[in-house]
Design a protein around this ligand. Structure first.
Ligand code: DX5
Ligand code: ZN
Length: 218
């Protein structure tokens, strides 16, 4: 249905040279921005001022993944920073649908995401409220971890629901995506891929993006 999207995660880039690190991957479809607050996950990264600064140096969609507590309090700051999508964790809020509506009303895409230990069943019913569903295939917090193939059942469950309802919600996967794992995720119905170490750790990151795209498409 959708063209495949490859979203390199700047978590694996050199934070002292973000502009150059973004410019050197013209083949990227989206820029994936990992926001961590040191509470929801045991790591601390960047926030709205940095997202805003990135927006100024690229025309590519800004895909913000909030690994933070109380996301409803902060989503507006990412909309103001120029986010294209804001994805937040269901474990961090009691009312994901209200946050999604707030995002959509402000013209921003809404993304729902689940940690590996959270099952799909309570969230399938709300997919129509979202532009994107993100399946975490590692515990959120760090790049460079191993892909968890057990998460593909969750991807299949969301893919079935998205298709059953005839929605164009994107199905994204994040964590351990590489040339060795992306085809499995594609077979499970994903269409949007985050890759940190597999892109920024490659000798030629543009070639890495193209390889991932072709493996996800074939
Ligand atoms: C993990 C982040 C990911 C991470 C992916 O908490 O959400 O986006 O950067 O990195 P890799 O692709 O190296 O697993
Ligand atoms: Zn991420």
């Amino acid at each position: 249905s959708h063209p495949v999207v490859i979203a390199p995660s700047i978590l694996s880039a050199d934070f002292a040279r973000l502009d150059a690190e973004i410019q050197r991957i013209p083949d990227a479809d989206w820029i994936h921005v990992d926001v961590m607050d040191g509470h929801f996950v045991p790591n601390l990264t960047i926030g709205p001022p940095v997202a805003k600064a990135i927006k100024k140096v690229t025309d590519k969609p800004l895909d913000c993944h909030l690994m933070i507590e109380d996301p409803g309090r902060w989503v507006g700051d990412y909309v103001e920073a120029g986010a294209t999508n804001v994805t937040f964790h269901v474990e961090a809020t009691n009312d994901p649908v209200s946050i999604a509506r707030k995002l959509r009303e402000s013209g921003c895409g809404a993304g729902l995401t689940l940690k590996p230990g959270t099952s799909a069943e309570n969230y399938l019913e709300m997919v129509s409220e979202f532009d994107l569903v993100l399946i975490m295939s590692v515990e959120p917090g760090f790049g460079g971890q191993s892909f968890m193939p057990d998460m593909l059942d969750k991807a299949r469950a969301f893919r079935a629901e998205i298709d059953r309802l005839g929605l164009d919600t994107r199905l994204q996967i994040d964590g351990g995506i590489s040339a060795d794992t992306i085809a499995q995720a594609a077979a499970a119905g994903c269409d949007t891929y985050v890759a940190g170490s597999a892109v920024y750790g490659a000798e030629d990151p543009n070639e890495a993006v193209r390889t991932l795209r072709s493996l996800a498409t074939s």
